[in-house]
Design a protein around this ligand. Sequence first.
Ligand code: 4AD
Ligand code: MG
Length: 434
Amino acid sequence: MIPSLDPKESQPSLTQVSLPLRGWVQGLRGNNHVQFLQLRTNGEIYQVVCEKEKLGEDLFKQIKSLPQETSLVVTGNWQENPKAPGGEELLLSSFEIVGTSADYPITPKEHGPDFLHNHRHLWLRSKRQLAIQRVRSELSFAIREFFRNDGYTLIDTPILTGSIGESAGTLFSTEYFDLGQAYLAQTGQLYLETAAFAHSKVYCFGPTFRAEKSKTKRHLTEFWMLEAETAFLGQEGNLDLQERFVKSVLKTTVERTKEDLKTLDRDPSPLLQYLEKPFPRVDYGEAIRILKEVGEVIEWGEDINAEREQILTTHFGGAIFIQNFPRAIKAFYMKQNPNDPKTVLSADLIAPDGIGEIIGGSEREESYDKIVERLQEEGLPPEDYSWYLDLRKYGSVPHAGFGMGLERVIAWVCGLPHIRECIPFPRMIYRLAP
Ligand code: 4AD
Ligand code: MG
């Protein structure tokens, strides 16, 4: 194989891999003359060929009985082998054991998901898990690249907050010295809005927390959210930005993780086909009409659950925006729709194949009085939001933003049925360890 120098290739060409290799025994197989050792280093797996003839009886015996996950330093010579991962393998000349390992709990046999999640700290070393975390890393990098290239400034918003960002129903709270309750951030949005009035185009990217009681395949209690906020932007421009952003970062990520997607048996072509099509912008009222037409018992005003989201993405054959939701079921900061005051200028981006909502966003209410009215309706004390309300006093402008859940997007890229494998250490209602 001609070694590729493309830095985007997930596996560096062997000429770039410096010897010795320092890593762990992922697996070992072979016979009495030759053993093929799968060595994991830098998250990649290399084949190390161990020949009895070359090593001598004693060293060969030692290699043959190396337990899984023993750590080693090995050296030798690279040779071509089309059957080896990456097309090349290392012919072992010498090795040194760094750390022993015995009875490693995760073996090549099948384990149940509970067992694997209880051993998450070790499971991360498995081939599929290496691939998923690399997709996550590439996607995160592509997200930051997109916004940097688009002239956005990164603003790190606080995790400990004194005001509720989304809804009182899903808050983690803790005592905060003499100041009463502090909450773990459900969103960085309110802070990001203030920064948008400083920098015009801003984003934040970090962990957010929701005390979700639901045990679904798409809910974590700690998840990562990308949020962007743009001054002088309305609903249409916000949706244009989201569509351009999602298409760009997903294409880049797929391009950079081809080998990982192969490891996951994920053919990315259906995903790439979805990204070639425009995302239809479906009015909430229209979505309800379509759902009723196919026999769903749902009324205007109700939220659209995961099953119904899937009915709609199937109906349209891909990702869709559902826009202009009823005002009563959405957050207090969303702008009232001037053409239909019962609704707000909001939109959710729904991914197909059962992934569901990956983005929630809206134009923001500019009117001081309307926001105060909505806070009161939600039972939130306006005095806690005085700093936020200042935005509507000192140069209020139209502005809009959105938040994208990272793990749901990883599940989409990787074709995974559950988002819990998409984060290194998932936090769910029934899981806080490891
Ligand atoms: O729709 P949400 O609640 O929107 C906000 O938090 C806004 N403040 C964002 C903004 O406008 N700046 O959440 C945004 C996205 C959802 O579409 C979903 O992808 C993801 O965050 N999300 C979750 N992901 C995993 N587990 C959970 N419990 C999630 N809750 C929301
Ligand atoms: Mg939402």
